[in-house]
Each structure stands twice: as C-alpha cells, then as structure tokens.
Design a protein around this ligand. Sequence first.
Ligand code: NAP
Ligand code: F7E
Length: 344
Amino acid sequence: MKKKIALIFGITGQDGAYLSKLLLKKKYKVYGVKRRSSIINTQRVDDIYKDINLKSDFVLFYGDLTDSSSILNLIKKTQPNEIYNLAAQSHVQVSFEVPEYSADVNSLGTLRILEAIKNLNLEKKIKFYQAGTSEMFGRTREKFQNEKTPFYPASPYGVSKCFAHWITVNYREAYNIFACNGILFNHESPIRGETFVTKKIIQGLIRIKHGYQKKLFLGNLYSKRDWGHARDYVEAMWKMLQQKKPNDYVIGTGKTFTIKEFVNKSAKKIGLKIKWVGKGINEKALNIENKKVLIECKKRYFRPVEVNYLKGNAQRAKKLLKWSPKISIDSLIDEMIEHELENL
Ligand code: NAP
Ligand code: F7E
C-alpha cells in the first residue's frame, strides 16, 4: 500500500517532534520544514533523522513561513496528503517585543500555505491542520472555554493566531479545503522550550536542588493554565484530519492550576521544602531547611496584559474524535523531572 505523506511546518519544535514520531509509527512518509539557523536546531528530531543521502521516511527541507516561494515549492515537490502547520513565533511574551514578525509568521504564514494549496489546485488532495491556541480566548470570562467561546486575545501572539484561525475557516468555506483548527490549551513535555514556565520551573528547581543554580526568577504566580502533555495533543491533531468532515476542536484537560501550584507540586516531587512569604512582587519562596530564598518575582517576566484564567472543555473532541487526555499533570511533571535529572 502507498504510504501517506505528511508535510510538517515547525518540525524542529516540541509538537513537530512528537507528531513526526507518531506519524512514522503510523507508517507515514514525513517531510519536515526547518529554518536555516547559525547553529543546528534539529536536536528534538535527531534521534529519527538519517543522513540525507540514505533512504528514510523522515526527510527535512529548508523553508520559512515568511517565504512564499519556499512554501509553494515544498508543497509542489512533496505532494502531501496532509499538511500540519505547527510553525510559529510561539512565545507570548516575546510577541510583545516582535509583534510585526509574530504576525508575519503566525498570520500571513498560515495564509501563504493555504494560498499555495489553492494555487497548486491541490484543494481536494490535501488536508490541512492549523495550530490554534487557547490564547485566542485570552481575557475571556467563561468558566470553561469551548469552540463556541468568543475570542478575546490579549497579546500580538493571540491576535495573530485569531487571523490564522479565521483564514483557515474562510479557505475551508470558500474553496472546500479540508482544513481544521485545533484550539489547543497549554501542552508541555520534557522537550518543551526552556523559556516556557513549566520547563523553567522544573529545570530551575532541579538545578537549585543539586547546587548548579542559586535562585529562580518568575513573573505572575497567579495566572491559571490548563496543562496537558504534548504526546496526547499531537494525537488529537492527527485524529482531526482522519474525520469525514473538517471541523474545529478544543483540546484541553478541563483542569486548571496556578503557576504557584505548579511550583509547589514540582518542588515537592524534587524534594525541596519551600515556604512562601511576602506579597505581590515581593512574594518569595524560602527553602525551609536553610531559610535561603529560592524563588523571587521579577517585573520583567510580567506581561503588559495577562491571560489570567484558562480551562478547556474538550467535549466535542471526546465525542467526535474519541479523544481524551491520558497523561495527568502529575505524570507530566514526573516525566519532566526524570528527563531533567538525566540531563543534569
Ligand atoms: P515551538 O516549540 O516554539 O516550535 C515552533 C516551531 O516553529 C519551531 O520548529 C520553529 O523553528 C518554527 N518556526 C518559527 N518561526 C518559523 C518560520 N518563520 N518559518 C518556519 N518555521 C518557523 O512550538 P510548539 O510548542 O511545538 O507549538 C507548535 C504550534 O502550536 C505553534 O504554532 C504554537 O503557536 C501552537 N500552540 C502551542 C501550544 C503549546 O502549549 N505548546 C498551545 C497551543 C498552540 P525553530 O526551531 O527554528 O525555532
Ligand atoms: O506562560 C506565567 C505567564 O510562557 C504561562 C505557548 O505555548 O501556551 C503557551 O503560552 C503563564 C503565563 O505559556 C513566568 O505570565 C510566570 O501566565 O509558559 P508560558 P503561555 O503564555 O500560556 C499557549 C497555549 C500557546 O499557544 C503559546 O504558544 O506563566 N509566568 N512567570 C511565566 N511565564 C514565563 N514564560 N516565564 C516566567 O518566568
């Protein structure tokens, strides 16, 4: 039987790595798009990469979402059955520093892929997945967010992803492209980028515990996030493209925790006894055993506007995709700790 072909933009990111491994297991031929960088940026997929001169079901090409011709050429060359657009300037705080670039990659990048599909007359052949985000709900007041919750983004990142969401809906309706938006809540893993809060907390606390770091500096301890595991979430992406009809789906766990609760859970598992003192920006965590300050808050990690509360209702995915998260927040933290200890 002929292998299905997938083309993944954002192959070198957290989700790109997990999705590649899932699709290879499902016997796909996987083409990935990586950016040129001055140092090697393929660490997350090095374990499945073979020398370009050898036969392999995992092949990488250079390309960039800011470059229409590279996108068009790659789609033409690889003739994929499925395209996953996971590429983005994905850091919310950084999007306040580089708003125009974030919009170029996240919004126009998505449009460029959809236009390429249309201009190559591949609307009937290619199924398209767009990596949407709970950040589109932003400052919502809804207790649970689902596919019907109105968007109220609170960062250039969130706004850019709203454009990507609606242009995907628009091309689905205008040109009948099988295009799905996954509206994914935060998902983490041992290979999460080091400046996202879960990875920063676990890496920092382990380094402190083993004497490689003195303090961890954080921002807002009271925002709440619905955290899942990336391994579960890439499975939902794939399932979306296996349905009879395209649709949009919220993917989350339905549970939410503050950053402080995440710190407390992690510290306990790592074996650090901590006690919180002070308020606001002066809030600190002390090591109960030696009274030293382990965690401090710094203004630089606060955002100009915060998304205070996110909690996903993934009932549609449960019903239509038969998807529900398998990995709990505790198992996620355990896995992240184990990985960090191995790398210490
Ligand atoms: P990530 O680790 O930051 O990976 C982003 C990927 O996009 C990387 O491969 C990056 O390449 C690539 N990229 C960035 N700019 C690009 C450009 N101009 N052209 C081509 N590729 C570019 O993000 P992730 O956590 O895997 O998330 C995957 C997608 O889901 C993103 O679109 C993100 O916005 C979205 N999302 C993530 C979450 C989450 O909690 N993780 C939740 C909802 C939605 P380099 O490696 O070279 O930087
Ligand atoms: O922040 C607070 C921060 O950067 C989570 C991306 O994958 O998920 C991610 O976006 C919370 C925020 O993720 C620090 O203020 C406190 O309230 O880990 P984060 P994010 O902004 O939720 C969504 C769904 C995406 O789509 C994005 O691509 O933690 N926080 N102190 C901190 N955050 C960071 N990064 N660093 C701190 O020191």
